[in-house]
Design a protein around this ligand. Structure first.
Ligand SMILES: Nc1ncnc2c1ncn2[C@@H]1O[C@H](COP(=O)(O)OP(=O)(O)OP(=O)(O)O)[C@@H](O)[C@H]1O
Ligand SMILES: [Mg+2]
Length: 195
């Protein structure tokens, strides 16, 4: 459950904002409040909500450039309902971190005038599919609400979508949500093959 909490030392803009640590740096800051809302409601894991530096391995330099271009052009990417799939044969080389960076940059660009509207969701697919089965017989309002938002938020990260072989049941469940986004011409997921 999201709860607003002002922590200026964790502000996303503290290095750039000329109001940082002045009297005006307080819980009423609309920019902080909106970013906190967008990120707090996105399901991005707590440990990944703040800036993370990535340095590419030589083999990934071209891919990092492309991802940076997408990140910078994320407004058009979303408006055009584009999709990106980040794949690698290696583990732990920044795929999830990139997806989150791109989403956070989207929030960065649309925060002004957003108010309280969820614009992006991070879904850890294996957890989502497990939860889906767990809650079948009982009501879980938070999960229901999240599922309802999946078809019309601007951007969804389907993290670890291809880590295991899906059963037909899981596959169908997932496709229901992805197809709904396709019908609504929404961005679905983020494609780039890493070496
Ligand atoms: N190129 C990099 N430079 C610096 N740190 C990195 C780099 N790649 C990954 N890391 C760090 O390694 C950790 C794992 O990164 P991340 O979760 O983004 O990888 P991943 O490719 O999604 O992994 P997996 O294959 O397990 O899904 C993070 O803490 C991240 O900051
Ligand atoms: Mg990952």
């Amino acid at each position: 459950m999201y709860q607003y909490n002002f922590e200026k030392e964790n502000c996303w803009y503290k290095d750039k904002c000329n109001k940082y640590n002045t009297n005006e740096c307080n819980k009423n800051c609309i920019r902080y409040m909106t970013m906190d809302y967008l990120i707090g409601n996105s399901n991005i894991p707590k440990g990944k909500q703040f800036k993370q530096e990535l340095r590419p391995e030589p083999v990934d330099i071209q891919n990092f450039k492309l991802l940076a271009e997408i990140k910078n052009d994320i407004i058009n990417f979303v408006e055009n309902g584009e999709n990106l799939y980040i794949y690698s044969e290696k583990f732990g080389n920044g795929k999830t971190t990139w997806a989150i960076k791109i989403m956070q940059n989207y929030f960065n660009k649309i925060w002004l005038g957003n108010g309280f509207k969820v614009r992006g969701l991070f879904i850890h697919v294996p957890t989502f599919l497990t939860k889906f089965k767990e809650v079948m017989n009982k009501k879980d309002e938070e999960f229901e609400e999240m599922k309802n938002m999946l078809s019309d938020v601007d951007l969804v990260i389907w993290d670890d979508i291809a880590t295991g072989k899906l059963s037909e049941y899981d596959h169908n469940n997932l496709l229901t949500y992805i197809d709904q986004r396709k019908l609504n011409r929404k961005s679905k997921y983020i494609y780039r093959k890493f070496k």
